[in-house]
Design a protein around this ligand. Sequence first.
Ligand code: TRP
Length: 332
Amino acid sequence: MNDKKLIFSGIQPTGTFTLGNYIGAVRNWGPLQDEYNCIYCVVDMHAITVRQDPVKLRQNSLNSYALLMACGVDPQKSILFIQSHVKTHAELSWILGCNTQFGELSRMTQFKDKSQKHADDVNSGLFTYPVLMAADILAYNADLVPVGVDQKQHLELARNIAQRFNQRYGDFFTLPEPYIPEVGAKVMSLQEPTKKMSKSDENPNACILILDDKDTIIRKFKRAVTDSDTEVCYREGKDGINNLMTIYSIVTGKDFAAIESEFAGRGYGDFKLAVGEAVADHLEPVRTEFDRLSKDKAYLKQCYTEGAEKALRYSQRIISKVYRKVGFVDKT
Ligand code: TRP
């Protein structure tokens, strides 16, 4: 490998990503490949911490893999794989779990939220979720991890686990840093713009899926909640308009001042339509490429098989050293 820094990130296999996932994360993964060594992973093992229909999970994992490629992740430039294909993640997770305190895991806000939401299934995988995430990252000694705000606490914990391991067994793991993209943006719900856009929102109009067709996208934007004002401008308190301006700015490359003058004297209706069209046009090539890839099952399989082989080779070297450090007997 060269001397570029190593980026690791993972995404849940929801099958289709939201505009929020896309703008906040996945859209940046392609361009990062030129500046960094990148390892990207579809985290199907994390997904089963909440109940999944096996048939759907398999399909969603494959779709997520193809969608990452359609969004610009190049399996020749990056290592792109499916988590369950690479056994080192589970192996390292066990060791890291033995270096993680019950109390630390109890403090994770996502665990608290999810255990309330899935009160009938507070399984130990849900509890140790952040340990597996730490293993994902540390199995490659990644330098940088692009994560949204909701995952910052987990990344902080991964650093603490790494640090504790280093103290006990001697310096070994790189302490991973969060990577915040330059034009990071949080996309809010179209219906309740103070809340994050989420696929699990009960109102389907709240959330744009990147595989939505053009008419659906435009319809959802037309129904976006705004305010009783009429002026398209970015200002505190105008959460709906601020969100639409952010989205429009990202997909068109126009800054806020340009957007404000473009829509000066025009109503919200015009603006919402323009945002919808711009987003649909922006996502069109992604949808086309996804359709093409989805039909080429053999090629997809070749990509994820090779990705898993590369990931295994890379992480196996690190795990072997970890096994020695903790005092396991050499196998050969
Ligand atoms: N927990 C992350 C999420 O839900 C996904 C994830 C799993 C991840 N392993 C990771 C992200 C490692 C970054 C690095 O978004």
